[in-house]
Design a protein around this ligand. Structure first.
Ligand SMILES: C[S@@+](CC[C@H](N)C(=O)[O-])C[C@H]1O[C@@H](n2cnc3c(N)ncnc32)[C@H](O)[C@@H]1O
Length: 519
């Protein structure tokens, strides 16, 4: 019965052309931008103007007013917008409720479009009504829609085809639906029954049939199972564990400090198949220990990963994207929960957050991307922890492909000794440009920099020899031949130049500036 109702809902949304581009067409880009700032007045005015001009209400406008703006519409307009499903069907699916001559939304339902490594796509995503539609702070059991963090993680997702994937903490199911594009089968878990119901509705609404939904905390629902790809946007928001501080299921895993991130990192070691990759977002605390010693958060992360010499250790590439002071962190997350500044409640919660941070000596909180990889056989685990706080490059279909290419280059580097490296022929990645600065009138540049257009948008300073080497990497000449020619030109010792340049070549490979042969 529900499946049939969902089929009818899909038919109505399709007939109404309830799409991202249609919504932008309905209310225009400025109103759209205002909605991103949680302001719906411009969109509402645009819908009213359209209604006046056409002297009728378009079904797409009715759906937009109900499910995106979260406002009631007349029962007559709602009936027109659901010719196949009908108002009874919409009520049965829990989308709306009737109140006298009006119909009020019970869910947020909006179109979502994307471009990933497999191409462009568009879906509809249902979630709980947000703060704007509710007119008050979110409830503790709120099921989140597609937010900024969700999109960051979907963009990071490595699109390599795999047999199995796990989405831990699926919420509305957005990561699972993306994973279902490259994994034969996906298991999506959540501690919230309601989240699983919405995620299942979304999968079915979008015709995605290879996701299985399971209820339970962390890895509990997948005991003894291993996956090729684990994705998780875990509820990592650090929250004081004291009475009177709301604990939002969608962002707070109920543990102290960053322990939920630690639990997912440690747990993934037992749930990845050899060579399998886990990708998650997380926070990590920079603490001062009881002896007054400042502890770098990366030391704590290394501890979670295990000693690289240990058979159970995980490989990891961790990228810190930003850090916040405890004060900034507390303000961000108290406001996110719907408590407005300049209120007694805000101040009370602020105190609780600062007490909590003080109890562990937290100096700052890092946020970033974690990529974990289960080593194959006796391979040395990957260990790359870095701080990249600047702007990313331009990545039309996300960073996932770049991550996969860098991992492949890392593996190529690891299995290639100095002799084979010198014999290899490289090409320069297509997004790389070189910038040169000259003193006025000088023939030789004083500063040379390589810039990466995509990926992490890295920049690398070059000396004369490295600039010449990179410039000669056309896929035809072996590195050793380029270095021999350079030694001659620069009147330098060939052996010393080789020793100087090969480590730099390895770095450029690992960062995606140079491409290894055959990759
Ligand atoms: C930040 S939301 C992420 C939702 C979605 N995956 C996304 O990327 O937008 C975290 C999700 O984890 C769920 N969750 C909270 N505690 C959990 C736990 N102990 N085990 C599994 N899931 C949990 C929440 O219900 C919520 O749906």
């Amino acid at each position: 019965m529900t499946s049939e109702l969902i089929d009818r809902l899909r038919a109505d949304l399709t007939t109404a052309n309830f799409s991202v581009s249609a919504l932008t067409g309905l209310w225009g880009a400025p109103a759209e931008a205002a909605l991103h700032r949680n302001q719906r007045v411009p969109a509402l005015r645009a819908l009213a103007a359209l209604r006046d001009r056409l002297e009728r209400t378009e079904p797409s406008a009715t759906l937009a007013q109900l499910f995106v703006l979260g406002l009631p519409v007349s029962a007559a307009d709602a009936g027109n917008a659901f010719p196949a499903l009908g108002l009874d069907g919409a009520e049965q699916l829990g989308l709306v409720t009737r109140e006298a001559a009006d119909v009020r939304p019970l869910l947020d339902l909006r179109p979502y479009s994307f471009i990933d490594a497999h191409g462009a796509g568009s879906w509809w995503v249902a979630s709980d009504l947000g703060e704007l539609a509710l007119g008050h702070a979110l409830t503790e059991t709120h099921v989140l829609g597609v937010g900024g963090a969700s999109l960051t993680l979907t963009g990071l997702m490595i699109p390599t085809p795999v047999k199995s994937a796990l989405d831990l903490g699926t919420g509305c199911g957005i990561q699972a639906m993306h994973a279902a594009r490259h994994a034969e089968r996906v298991v999506a878990t959540d501690i919230s029954e309601r989240a699983l119901e919405l995620a299942a509705l979304n999968a079915e609404l979008n015709g995605i049939r290879n996701i299985e939904f399971r209820l339970g905390s962390l890895f509990e629902p997948v005991g003894g199972e291993r996956f090729d790809h684990i994705i998780s946007n875990p509820p990592f928001v650090i929250t004081p564990r004291v009475a009177g501080v709301p604990s939002y299921e969608y962002r707070d895993g109920g543990l102290v400090g960053d322990a939920i991130v630690e639990a997912v990192v440690r747990g993934s070691a037992e749930h990845l198949s050899p060579g399998g990759i886990a990708q998650l977002l997380g926070n990590w605390e920079y603490r001062t220990d009881a002896g007054g010693q400042e502890v770098d958060a990366f030391e704590r992360l290394r501890d979670w990963l295990g000693d690289p010499g240990d058979a159970a250790a995980q490989g990891a590439w961790i990228i810190e994207r930003e850090v916040q002071l405890p004060t900034e962190y507390a303000e961000t997350w108290i406001r996110d929960g719907g408590t407005l500044p300049d209120s007694a409640e805000f101040d009370r919660l602020y105190d609780a957050w600062l007490d909590d941070f003080a109890a562990r000596g937290v100096r700052q909180v890092g946020f970033g991307y974690l990529l974990l990889r289960k080593p194959v056989g006796g391979d040395e685990p990957l260990r790359r922890l870095e701080r990249l706080h600047g702007e990313l490059g331009t990545n039309g279909s996300g960073l996932g492909t770049h991550l996969a290419e860098c991992l492949a280059a890392h593996d190529w580097n690891a299995r290639t000794d100095a002799v084979a490296l010198a014999r290899a022929r490289f090409t320069v990645a297509p997004d790389v440009t070189e910038e040169r600065h000259y003193w006025p009138g000088a023939d030789d540049p004083t500063l040379m920099t390589l810039h990466q257009g995509g990926g992490f948008g890295r920049s690398v300073q070059l000396d004369t020899a490295l600039a010449a080497l990179v410039g000669a990497c056309d896929g035809e000449l072996a590195v050793s031949a380029i270095i021999a020619a350079l030694a001659h030109l620069l009147d330098a010792d060939e052996h010393a130049l080789t020793e100087q340049l090969l480590p730099r070549v390895r770095e450029l490979l690992g960062d995606g500036f140079l491409l290894p042969p055959g990759l």
